[in-house]
Design a protein around this ligand. Structure first.
Ligand code: ZN
Length: 134
């Protein structure tokens, strides 16, 4: 069981395959944590068509990245203060753990952030992309 459950169907409460949609959906060009505007998912149990609402995903991804950046900056300052001679002789010592840490945060943001997605009912005439039914 995950700490943050995926969104569930507002009609029948079944868990929605948001992460699967995430894997197949086209991403927003300017912000790869997000899917294209108006990406949808059909409930696997009752079939209702839903639109994925992503503003909480954006907030979660940005917060994760900001936290990762803050922690890595503090780590660099800490390493520099603890081992001033080492960082003077080998400046790359500071960069390597920072880059690894940022990579971990970016991966985390991609896999954790989609769990913050919410859904709403799609209107009958609304044009929505359903990546799983292509
Ligand atoms: Zn349902």
């Amino acid at each position: 069981m995950s700490l943050i459950p995926e969104a569930s169907c507002p009609r029948c409460a079944a868990t929605l395959p948001i992460l699967k949609v995430w894997g197949k959906a086209e991403k927003a060009s300017r912000f790869p944590f997000l899917m294209q505007y108006k990406t949808g998912v059909a409930c696997p149990t009752c079939g209702v068509r839903l639109v994925i609402v992503q503003w909480r995903v954006a907030v979660a991804a940005l917060a994760t990245c900001a936290l990762g950046l803050a922690i890595s900056v503090l780590a660099v300052i800490g390493i520099d203060k603890a081992f001033p001679k080492l960082t003077d002789d080998h400046p790359a010592v500071v960069g390597v753990p920072t880059m690894l840490f940022i990579a971990v945060i970016v991966i985390l943001a991609f896999f954790v952030a989609p769990r913050f997605a919410q859904v709403r009912f799609a209107a009958d005439d609304e044009e929505v992309d359903y990546p799983l039914s292509r």
